[in-house]
Design a protein around this ligand. Structure first.
Ligand code: MSP
Length: 512
């Protein structure tokens, strides 16, 4: 069985500082990567920065800094955000690295050798903000008479320049056949339909080089051109696994299993990228998954509103894992959502502090005080015990099924069903009453609870690695017992537990 698993985030433009939207994609990809590792897969998880193109060049100019120095500093900030969010990426690629220039030029030459690139003249429109070419039919005129792309609202400029073209038009049928044969290639289904109708509408050849600026990878053999930033950027997924050295051990991860992207860049990943790969004779990724966008307190994040949210101050205020949890819990993955402090505080106080934090605290402090501070021994099981144990035993499969189709909110809901059932169980079984009447029964109830907590904590490690690590410490689960497969081994009765300490304090607004 091939248990290699390759997952990517988009590489982020370094024209501005990292914000909530970037943190979101990276966190979702991180949860999938961590879950696959917990489940025994050999994972390669890639993220990084997209550093070429007109947008980045003009941001550097506006900052009065040379583009390389500019990208060095913004890329360092993206890396810092990834570390602060506890993103477990195995590599961080920057498109200004020599390994990428080499891979990208080799990829270009492969497309040339395959007869898929020709020199022509591009006449049309370009939106620097989207780094995208537009036809006149895709534009609208704003009230202030500025011409913008209808889909994104980005202002366009008219351009006319010599350009190399990729024969995208030749791939319409092949792409449609691939979508047909692989119904899960593009997800969620609404996005698949959008791409299907776009491709059915016919494809024009794609301009893949620019001559109006120089901040990019030179086209091999024609120094007047730099590669179109999207061709450069998409190739990062190959660079990181060692391309063009297809014999490299890392290249065994290709093709990627999942490219996770935001909804605005699905076309580049689900149309252009597979066409480039087909043209180069390389296998296609397994899935392109598009997630939705966050607004902030009901508003779109934008430069003009100046409401970009940096997640780092939120981590300082609320703790890292509550922020990670909120991002994946609040919104069905694939849909849009709204970020607000109120919603974050409410999730933290109800689901983390009340439901999970309390369950762990009540169980573990009761054991510390009344059951000798050890893993309790299990006696005969009642029907209620069995019901909870069965629910816990079936949970890994249900969570796996949800996570594998990127239904993160459903995975969490499944886990919360067990947490809520455990809270109801402790209330009904009332170990505090059994303490006076039946110690054997009391121990069995506590044992069922710690087993349910162990399953909960092991599965939640993918979402909240730090706090669940602390909970597993308190449950006496050794580091080598924290994989999903290790759930089969029972806990050892009588083993000493280190003593409880709260994992999710309630957030109390201190008032202004
Ligand atoms: N550089 C390209 C991607 C190249 S991949 C080969 C790019 N970069 S970006 O900096 O604009 O980041 C885009 C990603 O950030 C989106 O795909 C999305 O994942 C995320 N988001 C940016 N703003 C967002 C929100 N407001 N909400 C959610 N995610 C958003 O596009």
């Amino acid at each position: 069985m091939n248990d290699k698993f390759y997952i990517t985030t988009p590489i982020y433009y370094v024209n501005g500082a990292p914000h909530l939207g970037h943190a979101y994609t990276s966190t979702a990809a991180d949860v999938l990567a961590r879950f696959k590792r917990l489940d025994g897969a050999e994972v390669f998880f890639l993220t990084g920065t997209d550093e070429h193109g007109q947008k980045v060049e003009s941001a550097a100019r506006a900052a009065g800094v040379d583009p390389q120095a500019f990208t060095d500093s913004v890329a360092a900030d993206f890396l810092d955000m990834a570390r602060r969010m506890n993103i477990s990426n195995d590599d961080f690629i920057r498109t200004t690295e020599p390994r990428h220039k080499r891979a990208c030029q080799a990829f270009w030459e492969k497309l040339v050798d395959a007869g898929q690139i020709y020199l022509g003249e591009y006449k049309g429109f370009y939106a620097v903000r989207d780094e995208a070419f537009y036809d006149e039919s895709e534009l609208v005129r704003r009230a202030d008479s500025v011409l913008v792309a209808a889909a994104s609202g980005a202002p366009v400029e008219e351009v006319s320049e010599p350009s190399y073209f990729f024969k995208l038009s030749a791939f319409q049928e092949k792409l449609l056949a691939h979508y047909e044969a692989n119904p899960d290639f593009i997800a969620p289904p609404a996005k698949r339909n959008e791409i299907l109708s776009f491709v059915r509408g016919g494809l024009n050849d794609l301009s893949v080089s620019r001559t109006k600026f120089s901040w990019g990878i030179p086209v091999p053999g024609d120094a007047a051109h730099v590669m179109y930033v999207w061709l450069d950027a998409l190739a990062n997924y190959l660079t990181a696994v060692g391309y063009p050295d297809e014999g490299a051990e890392r290249f065994g991860y290709w093709p990627a299993n999942v490219h996770l992207v935001g909804k605005e860049i699905i076309r580049f990943h689900a149309v252009y990228w597979p066409a480039f790969l087909m043209a180069a004779g390389l296998p296609l990724p397994g899935k392109i998954f598009s997630h939705g966008w966050w607004t902030v307190e009901g508003e779109k994040m934008s430069k003009s509103l100046g409401n970009f949210i940096d997640v780092r101050p939120l981590i300082d205020e609320f703790g890292l894992d509550p922020v990670r949890f909120f991002l994946l819990r609040e919104v069905p993955f694939g849909g849009d959502g709204d970020f607000s402090r109120g919603a974050l505080i409410s999730r933290l106080n109800t689901e983390l502090a009340n439901d999970l934090g309390n369950l762990a605290q009540r169980t573990l402090s009761f054991i510390a005080k009344n059951a000798g501070g050890v893993v309790p021994a299990q006696g005969e099981l009642s029907e209620a015990d069995r019901a909870l144990m069965d629910m816990a035993a079936g949970l890994p499969a249900r969570v796996r099924e949800a996570v594998e189709r990127l239904g993160f909110h459903e995975a969490l809901e499944e886990i919360w069903k067990l947490i809520r059932a455990s809270n109801a169980y402790i209330d009904h079984q009332a170990p505090w009453a059994l303490r006076k009447t039946d110690l054997g029964r009391m121990n069995t109830v506590l044992r069922v609870l710690v087993e349910a907590l162990r399953v909960t904590a092991i599965l939640l490690q993918a979402f909240m690695p730090d706090t669940m690590g602390r909970l597993l410490d308190q449950l006496g689960v050794a580091p080598d017992g924290r994989q999903i497969a290790a759930l089969e081994a029972a806990m050892v009765a009588g083993a000493a537990l280190p003593g409880p300490s709260g994992i999710f304090p309630r957030y109390v607004e201190t008032g202004a």
